[in-house]
Design a protein around this ligand. Structure first.
Ligand code: C2O
Ligand code: CU
Length: 485
């Protein structure tokens, strides 16, 4: 048994952070890990609703969920399938559902322009045309994303193909989703919501919110019973802002098999994976009969020293969940030595470079404006996006794109982030260069988003918009949108 020692910045004296230094829960890690229900097939209903959950044993917590009181089903589709969800908003306020990581037309993307009014149903449709990957879905209305995700509107969207099927893929048995979120509970059991602000301390660019407790799939102190010799874990950091440095308490190696946008070329042997908000990783772990091992978030040097680290979780170490292996385990297939055809990134000659200055409530000194197009990208372009971060942490995400990290502070990316990505951790005072491949769904009047995935930053204005147009049409774009509502 070990305490969830999520320390806050006690020295800074804000109630919402300093409170994290007291009242640390002792967790037994004996609650069965909740496994979100699996929903397959292209035509399905998603109902966004308010409910009541027992996140802490014996306490009722008001939460939001999809087809249930908290979180949403895991959607699993095959490449080539046509997806036609009916997304009904039964919540008392407007929201949206964004398919994070999906390559699709902007009007189907579920960003801030695809608002779903209370009582109404949104019916996007698209054909899945991208490699197998662990994607996810969550609300994306401008200004309320942090609160909507935090209350429980999030789920996984798995894309399968013949390559990914060679890995463990029996959902809930040897293919396990792990949605990691932090939360703080008020005395009455409700989720603490009122501190999604950073402006309390002018000049300090912080994470916006660090919860006192960490839940996996909405389970506080979870345990999972392993029945096979190998288990594939699909890790998603769905937290408002916390960064996790995930590994096992016994430092065992595991195989990293996929990053945000899909499989890596060859499995990478690792002991830690760093995940900022919005990032995913798939790992395959070996288990021996009868053993127990704890999955933890370890302290990490996040690039800014301890004074910064404490606000992202890097200075904290705490347990996430426990795995207990049965006395007899079913033999799993070996992880293939080659997973996908993924080569080292090659910068095309004449690749356009765009630079972005990351403020914590702005990008290039502009706050998000739904009526402004910030960038116009030719269809199918490969570009260098250069991120310059003068302050603390960020997690930069680009819609309808897949990228490779060229360098972080001039150095090659770490092994866990060398694969195909759609979200990248940007260290404090860091400089990151991405090689971004854009899609071909053109629409000069329907923007995609790029933004910080630390959700308070995003809500406060750290977001911009781009459109994809036919090459040569860039100068024709009207960069002021005529918004109807
Ligand atoms: Cu996970 Cu623009 O979002
Ligand atoms: Cu940010």
């Amino acid at each position: 048994v070990s305490a969830l020692a999520v320390a806050g910045g006690g020295g800074f004296g804000w109630a919402w952070l300093s409170s994290a230094t007291g009242n640390v829960d002792e967790l037994a890690f004996d609650l069965p890990l909740r496994i979100p229900p699996l929903l397959e097939g292209g035509s399905f209903d998603l109902r966004l609703q308010a409910g009541v959950s027992e996140l802490r044993p014996g306490t009722k917590t008001g939460t939001w969920g999809v087809n249930g009181p908290h979180l949403g089903p895991t959607l699993r589709m095959r490449r080539g399938e046509t997806v036609s969800p009916r997304v009904h908003n039964a919540l008392p306020e407007a929201t949206s559902v964004h398919w994070h990581g999906m390559r699709l037309p902007a009007t189907m993307d579920g960003g801030p322009h695809q608002m779903i009014a209370p009582g109404s149903t949104w019916k996007p449709t698209w054909k899945i045309d991208q490699p197998a990957a662990t994607l996810w879905y969550h609300p994306h209305l401008h200004g309320t994303t942090a609160r909507h995700v935090y209350q429980g509107l999030a789920g996984l969207f798995l894309i399968d193909d013949e390559h990914a099927a060679k890995l463990p893929h029996e959902y809930g048995v040897d293919d396990i989703p792990l949605i990691i979120q932090d939360a703080t509970f008020d005395g009455d059991g409700s989720l603490t919501l009122d501190n999604f602000g950073m402006s309390v301390v002018p000049g300090m660019d912080l994470m916006g919110f660090l919860g006192k407790e960490v839940l996996v799939n909405g389970t506080l102190g979870p345990a999972f019973t392993v029945t096979t010799t190998r288990v594939r874990l699909r890790l998603l950091n769905a937290s408002v802002g916390r960064v996790y440095n995930v590994g096992f308490a016994d430092d065992r190696e595991f195989a990293l098999v996929a990053t945000d946008s899909g499989l890596v070329g060859e499995p990478v042997r690792l002991t830690r994976v760093l995940l900022a908000s919005g990032e995913r990783a798939e790992i395959v772990v070996d288990f021996r009969p009868g053993e127990q091992v704890v999955l933890r978030s370890f302290t990490a040097e996040l690039g800014g020293g301890t004074a910064f680290d404490r606000f992202a979780g890097g200075a904290d170490a705490f347990d996430l969940m426990k795995f207990t292996a049965d006395g007899r385990l079913a033999e799993s297939a070996a992880v293939p030595a080659r997973l996908a055809d993924v080569q080292a990134p090659v910068v095309p000659p004449n690749a356009k470079t765009r630079t972005f200055r990351l403020g914590s409530t702005s990008i290039n000194d502009k706050k998000m404006d739904l009526a402004r197009i910030d960038e116009v990208v030719p269809a199918g372009a490969t570009e260098i996006w250069e991120l310059n971060n003068p302050s603390a942490y960020h997690s930069f995400h680009i819609h309808e794109a897949s990228f490779r990290i060229l360098d972080v502070n001039g150095k090659a990316p770490a092994a866990y982030e060398a694969g195909r990505k759609d979200t990248v951790y940007v260290p404090p005072e860091g400089h990151v260069r991405l090689l971004v491949e854009f899609g071909r769904h053109t629409d000069p009047a329907a923007p995609y988003m790029f933004h910080c995935h630390m959700l308070v930053h995003e809500d406060k204005g750290m977001m911009g918009q781009f459109v994809i147009v036919e090459p040569g049409q860039e100068s024709q774009v009207n960069t002021r949108l005529n918004l109807k509502n």
